[in-house]
Design a protein around this ligand. Structure first.
Ligand code: TRP
Length: 336
């Protein structure tokens, strides 16, 4: 709770492209939350998390700023929500250090995302990658978040956040709000266009597998045309037909229509026509977003002002929690 309002925090790592899957699974849900006046929302550009995998400095800088612009272009109002760069709020790594001392190796060893990432980056299994969930716990607990909208793959990290918070509260009294998962209206899980049994992932090596939010119209249509389906030749919404199911899920998520409506509209179509229908719906959703993105890219002054003001706002709330924690733990207060 902050100022009598329920509080929500979420964020994405600023690495590489942002995909249609990130958008439909997370960002679009956050935008729907914009309308809920009684929830105070914080959205982080989690750039400290990004360096758990080696980054080219220029790319990191560029993708962090791009992510901010995409948040705003997608409809997150930076005047109503606090949208900030994690690296601008030193309280995040400060609290993460403290929480590291209340987290067990055994707990971190069980994190499935760590195991996956360690296998993928076997040449750079750094301790930041290992304690990544503790930094994520700090992100959430600093803002006393009641709700955290997360997908399935982040559920384990939210659970460990709750465990750490409960452990800390058990020792020192009520310091942290215990966060709950927030399940949005359309928690769409979008699959790869090339292997519809796998989640659409920004790190996929095949560019045809993903749609970037900044792909142009022709690229989007071409990628949908190439989408892998099956050889049955009829449209049905079923787990046995993951390619077709994914296309319908994408269509429903961008148009806010039901599966029944989508099936009615595509009745009698061939796969080629279905792909065209879905591609056009995605283009209709992304083109206006891209136009807003372009306009924002030209307004450096406005964006700089947003970055500065929101970093100050985030720091204000984060420091409040950090000061409380430091006092509880027993650190000496700086004499005034
Ligand atoms: N780990 C999240 C992801 O990869 C990003 C993230 C970092 C996050 N800190 C967070 C998400 C805090 C929710 C809350 O998607």
């Amino acid at each position: 709770m902050i100022d009598g309002k329920k509080t929500m925090l979420s964020g994405m790592q600023s690495t590489g492209i942002i995909t249609l899957g990130n958008y439909l699974g997370a960002l679009k849900n956050w935008v729907n939350l914009n309308e809920e006046e009684d929830i105070k929302c914080f959205y982080g550009i989690m750039d400290l998390h990004s360096i758990t995998v080696r980054q080219e400095p220029a790319n990191l800088r560029k993708s962090a700023r791009t992510l901010l612009l995409l948040y705003i272009a997608a409809g997150l109002d930076p005047e109503k929500n606090c949208i900030f760069f994690q690296s601008h709020v030193p309280a995040h790594p400060q609290l993460a250090w403290i929480l590291n001392c209340y987290t067990y190796m055994g707990e971190m060893n069980r994190m499935t995302q760590f195991k996956d990432k360690a296998a993928k980056h076997a040449d750079n299994i750094n301790t930041g990658l290992f304690t990544y969930p503790v930094l994520m716990a700090a992100d959430i607990l600093l803002y006393q978040a009641d709700y955290v909208p997360v997908g399935k793959d982040q559920m384990q990290h939210l659970e460990i956040t709750r465990d750490i918070a409960n452990r800390f509260n058990g020792i020192y009294g009520d310091v942290f709000t215990i966060p709950e998962a927030y399940i949005g209206k359309s928690g769409a899980r979008i699959m790869s266009l090339q292997d519809p049994t796998k989640k659409m992932s920004k790190s996929d090596e095949n560019p045809n597998a993903t749609i970037s939010l900044l792909d142009d119209k022709d690229t989007i249509m071409r990628k949908f045309k190439k989408a892998v389906t099956d050889s049955d030749g009829f449209i049905a919404y079923s787990d046995d037909k993951p390619g077709i199911k994914n296309l319908i899920d994408i269509y429903c998520a961008v148009t806010s229509k039901s599966v029944d409506e989508a099936l009615k509209e595509s009745d009698g179509m061939g796969y080629g026509q279905l792909k065209e229908m879905v591609g056009e719906a995605v283009v209709a959703e992304l083109v206006p977003l891209q136009e807003r993105f372009e306009a924002l890219s030209k307004d450096k002054e406005y964006i700089d002002k947003i970055i500065k003001e929101n970093a100050e706002q985030a720091s204000y709330y984060a420091n409040k929690t950090l000061r409380k924690v430091m006092k509880k733990v027993g650190f000496t207060e700086l004499p005034r």
